[in-house]
Design a protein around this ligand. Structure first.
Ligand code: ADP
Ligand code: MG
Length: 459
């Protein structure tokens, strides 16, 4: 049974964002108590409620898929289970109460993460998809396919980086077709799932059933993250024949991948070329306006009241993908709810400080001097002076050391910028600090490390 649990968690990992996985799933443990009952151990009431309102259907669905039967799910609050983030530990909720925000953030929403029996996520509709410059072409292509499956673009191949909405759009097509006509037999799988099915079929002599399922009894095949099959010979072989059978029968095929077919290493040439027979549509990272619109849209659906300055802050700083954008939003509201504080710019900054990378400062002799003098509470002039008091000499030497190690500056150049010192002084300083670090002078070592971190240098 624990094996099933591991598999379910594995599926969760692919279905929810990394952020959400870490927050809600990573530290869960489960017991199978009665034959049909699973007890999920959670660290706090808050985690329980959140999982219940957001992920219960998904967990049930995956359990069903992995175990082949339905389970009752109960939750137990187990203080020994540690929450991943202290912020979910629910211990020091301050008395400063702002009940409305807490209610809003914890309000269970009926439709969230609702999985339907065929594996589609009911939230991933066209309606919930925000269209902007970065995705309008692919969005239009998906709508065309949903209108006339098998006739517009076949296959439709959607590619783009993680968290940009590929799975969402693919789901939207499926849901839309389902809405129009329930007779379409659709199969929605991930590349990984398909691979596992092939392995299973081979092992248990069930390849005929597999073929029937994918080639004969399917009008529309959606394979998410198809790049996963690359390098797996039997799976690619099976997929090749499936593709041909469906294509010839004018059945619609929709694929997503994190890159173009020709960039997928280990993908057979005959598949690479077939994947390009229809339309290759790319999806790109959204621009500021689209990011803000996505945040507002998401907030509205979750019942959050998003102050403009907070939306602006997140949209300005979280730029890589939509998944992180949504993760940041949820994090801010979850934190506010837990700590019973009001959502405002200060809170958002505080909560997101670790997620939002600081803009890289350009490394120069001057910027190193500024950081070092700051760190030791000195003036830059002190670093450049000729005074030899230990409280000045060591920081000065550290600053010189950092300049030499991390900039391609010469000894004389550095000496010049430290108040016109001789290059031998700089050489001596660099040697001395290096020896201190190697000789395990803990204090200097730690200071240098902290400074390097402050300067944004990799450790
Ligand atoms: P991918 O499959 O490309 O890695 P997903 O489709 O899983 O990305 O999208 C990640 C998250 O971002 C999902 O919650 C999805 O609903 C959301 N999302 C992505 N693009 C949009 C968009 N344009 N409008 C609204 N939500 C979006
Ligand atoms: Mg995806």
């Amino acid at each position: 049974m624990q094996e099933i649990f591991t598999k379910v968690l594995g599926e969760m990992r692919t279905k929810v964002s990394d952020f959400n996985y870490k927050n809600w799933f990573q530290n869960l443990s489960w017991d199978f108590e009665a034959p049909d009952q699973v007890v999920v151990k959670v660290p706090s009431k808050f985690v329980r409620d959140w999982i219940q309102s957001h992920y219960l259907e998904l967990i049930k669905f995956e359990l069903y898929r992995q175990a082949g039967k339905e389970f009752q799910i109960a939750f137990r609050i187990d203080k020994k289970t540690t929450a991943n983030l202290e912020l979910f530990a629910e211990t020091q909720a301050p008395a400063n109460v702002e009940p409305t925000v807490a209610k809003i953030a914890e309000k269970p929403s009926s439709a969230r993460h609702h999985m339907m029996t065929d594996g589609f996520n009911a939230n991933y509709t066209f309606e919930n998809f925000v269209v902007g410059n970065s995705n309008q072409l692919v969005h239009a292509a998906c709508q065309a396919v949903a209108r006339e499956p098998g006739r517009s673009y076949n296959p439709l191949f959607i590619y783009g980086g993680v968290g940009l909405g590929k799975t969402h759009l693919m789901n939207a097509i499926g849901l839309e077709i389902r809405r129009q006509n329930n007779n379409w037999r659709m199969l929605y799988v991930t590349g990984e799932h398909f691979t596992n099915e092939v392995i299973h079929a081979i092992r248990f002599n069930k390849t005929l059933e597999l073929r029937k399922k994918y080639r004969d009894n399917c009008d529309l095949l959606l394979v998410d993250d198809v790049q996963f099959i690359a390098g797996k010979e039997r799976t690619m072989e099976e997929f090749f024949h499936t593709f041909n059978a469906l294509y010839e029968a004018r059945k619609q095929i929709i694929l997503t991948s994190d890159r173009l077919p020709r960039d997928i290493q280990g993908l057979e040439e005959r598949l690479t070329s077939r994947f390009g027979w229809g339309l290759l549509a790319d999806i790109q990272a959204p621009d500021y306006e689209t990011r803000l619109a996505i945040l507002m849209n998401k907030a509205e659906r979750e019942g959050f009241i998003l102050p403009h300055e907070v939306g602006d802050y997140i949209a300005t700083n979280v730029t890589a993908n939509v998944r992180d954008l949504e993760g940041a939003l949820v994090r801010v509201f979850a934190f506010a709810s837990l700590s019973k504080m009001k959502v405002n710019l200060d809170l958002a900054k505080e909560v997101l400080q670790n997620l939002i990378a600081k803009p890289q400062i350009k490394l120069t002799v001057e910027s190193i001097q500024a950081r070092v003098s700051d760190f030791f509470n000195l003036k830059i002039a002190d670093l450049k002076s000729k005074r030899r008091h230990k409280n000045l000499a060591v920081p000065r030497q550290i600053a010189m050391y950092l300049c030499k190690i991390h900039l391609s500056a010469s000894f004389p150049e550095i000496g010049h910028k430290f108040g016109g010192k001789d290059h031998t002084t700089v050489m001596h300083a660099v040697q001395k600090i290096r020896k201190c670090i190697e000789g395990l002078d803990e204090k200097i070592k730690a200071d240098v490390k902290t400074l390097e971190k402050n300067l944004g240098l990799p450790l």
